[in-house]
Design a protein. Structure first.
Length: 317
């Protein structure tokens, strides 16, 4: 049997209840304050892709992403709940701002296997009250047994806020992660990654991140990956794939963004992933990995990527 396949799928669900100015959902991938799905066919694609994921003949680990806030969409949650009940699905990870968890999780309990639900919860300072955010994260972990990670984004001017989030998470018995925040409006400059990672302008970002409880080795790997991965050995395409909002499968999200050849369309009847037999192969995409789901597949990140944790982003086994 093949190793479990890690699938990162970004669906076309767009409705979001927050308005963060650093949101990575921009341009054609923009979130919305009004519309759940931009086009009716986006909902059909979502349902077909999730059905395909849930019926694989091998075990899968899934990060089910959206362009907006997943807990704002009943239709999205209905199909995500179905996915948690499929025998071959080891876990389903949702990326959320946690605000709606107290209202939505009790309604999901009857339809979902919440023990398989993994929640990557990012606190957005100025958009969500920290106390309510931590209470919602604790509710998910304690009441329903969800695997919960509290995440904070470090920018050049918010170390104090990240520190408060870390203290509150640890006091509540929650896992805590710090990621470098990105400016999604700028192009990556291999000579000066601070254009994309504003925290680097402070000159001591890695020390600050480590002091706040972040994983410095992970942040260092992120910066290496961000500048250029071309030629680096990577396991994406062996036991990790990315599926875009149109149902196209790629080795990783950077292959999608750089319009590298797709592995095929999940929407094609009878489609099977042409997974590579060899674990490592050089990256052929221009640019660098800007997402943890991608750069944790690099060989240089192998010591950081646990095999048994129900999350595509958490590194502490």
């Amino acid at each position: 049997m093949h190793d479990p396949v890690r699938i990162w799928y970004v669906a076309g669900q767009r409705l979001c209840n927050l308005a963060c100015d650093y949101c990575v959902s921009i341009g054609d991938w923009a979130k919305s304050s009004r519309h759940d799905w931009k086009n009716p066919e986006d909902r059909e694609v979502y349902e077909r892709v999730v059905t395909w994921i849930g019926t694989r003949p091998y075990p899968v680990k899934v990060r089910l992403g959206t362009l907006g806030e997943p807990f704002a969409s009943p239709l999205f949650l209905e199909k995500a709940a179905w996915l948690t009940r499929q025998s071959g699905v080891e876990h389903v990870e949702l990326v959320s701002n946690a605000v709606l968890l107290p209202r939505r999780l009790p309604r999901l309990e009857a339809a979902a296997n919440l023990g398989k639900l993994s929640l990557w919860l990012t606190w957005h300072d100025g958009q969500a009250d920290l106390g309510r955010f931590i209470a919602a994260a604790s509710f998910a972990q304690e009441a329903f047994g969800c695997f919960v990670v509290v995440n904070a984004l470090l920018f050049e001017d918010n170390a104090d806020a990240v520190a408060r989030a870390g203290e509150a998470a640890r006091a509540a018995g929650l896992r805590f992660n710090v990621d470098l925040g990105y400016d999604p409006t700028t192009a990556t400059d291999p000579q000066d990654p601070s254009n994309t990672v504003p925290a680097l302008k402070a000159g001591s970002a890695l020390e600050t991140l480590a002091g706040l409880g972040g994983n410095r080795a992970l942040a260092e790997t992120a910066l290496i990956a961000l500048t250029s991965c071309q030629g680096m050995p990577c396991r994406a395409g062996y036991d990790a794939v990315f599926i875009d909002i149109h149902g196209q499968a790629y080795r990783c999200s950077n292959y999608s963004a750089q319009e590298r050849p797709a592995l095929g369309s999940v929407l094609t009847d009878g489609f099977e992933l042409p997974l590579r037999p060899d674990r490592w192969a050089p990256c052929a995409a221009a640019g660098g990995c800007g997402n943890k789901e991608d750069f944790l597949n690099l060989q240089i990140a192998a010591p950081l990527r646990p095999e048994t944790v129900p999350s595509l982003g958490w590194t502490d086994a």
